[in-house]
Ligand binder design. Structure first.
Ligand SMILES: Nc1ncnc2c1ncn2[C@@H]1O[C@H](COP(=O)(O)OP(=O)(O)OP(=O)(O)O)[C@@H](O)[C@H]1O
Length: 229
């Protein structure tokens, strides 16, 4: 089973009376356990596509299946529950809660998922260790470097053990050396945990690492490389 399948998906934003077509007739399958990169010029629809796959936004047309579930048919409360259990998110601006420590940021999705305290402690320690930040557990995001913040974001995205992690330009705010370290870390997590990653990115370093590359232009998929080809 593919972790994500889209069939004839379309999305148009409406601003007052102006219609902005963002995605047209998108049909694609994301491979299980792969590193899939969405590439394309600014405005080509990458973020919109990630938001639809992540059930943050709904399509106007077409069908989206994530982890075997038809997400179009789900109610809002079902969707947020589904999202919390099955999908991890990593954003370019990290989106960590500034008043919480690294430890607490990683723990947060586990609290929302009502994981018992002892299990949370074990899980957060394991993840801090996996991303190399055991000695920074008490630091708040403002007391961490950009690369360290992105490591916290990766650990947080993996906290509930999702099958799918979505990342919007995860290396955009990092220098190339730190970006390469973050890509290597995500690669390790993907291999060790069998997680499927879908990224949007302009970063050639990330493109070079992709198992599957999906090239977008004007809201359409214009080419695929890798197993999707
Ligand atoms: N909330 C919104 N309301 C109206 N139009 C939007 C909205 N979000 C995106 N758009 C428009 O939809 C199109 C696709 O935007 P999207 O952000 O998905 O592109 P992108 O490929 O992620 O771009 P970038 O690489 O610059 O982040 C663009 O024309 C954009 O202006």
């Amino acid at each position: 089973m593919h972790p994500v399948s889209l069939r004839n998906v379309g999305k148009t934003y409406r601003l007052d009376s102006v219609e902005v077509p963002a995605l047209s007739d998108i049909s694609v399958d994301i491979r299980q356990g792969a590193f899939t990169v969405l590439s394309g010029p600014s405005g080509s629809g990458k973020t919109t596509l990630l938001n639809l796959i992540g059930c943050i936004d709904a399509p106007d047309r077409g069908e989206i299946v994530v982890a075997g579930r038809h997400v179009n048919a789900m109610r809002d409360d079902e969707l947020s529950d589904f999202r919390a259990r099955h999908i991890g998110f990593i954003f370019q601006s990290f989106n960590l809660l500034p008043v919480l420590s690294a430890y607490e940021n990683i723990e947060y999705p586990l609290v929302l998922a009502r994981v018992p305290a002892a299990r949370r402690r074990e899980r957060v320690r394991e993840l801090l260790d996996a991303v190399g930040l055991s000695d920074r557990a008490r630091n708040r995001p403002g007391q961490l470097s950009g690369g360290q913040r992105q490591r916290v974001a990766i650990a947080r995205a993996l906290a509930t053990g999702p099958a799918l992690v979505l990342a919007d330009e995860p290396t955009a705010n990092l220098d190339s050396h730190t970006g390469a370290e973050i890509i290597a870390l995500m690669r390790t997590m993907q291999r060790e945990r069998g997680v499927s990653f879908v990224f949007s990115s302009h970063d050639p370093q990330l493109h070079a690492q992709a198992d599957d590359l999906i090239l977008m232009r004007d809201g359409r998929i214009v080419a695929t490389q890798g197993a999707n080809a």
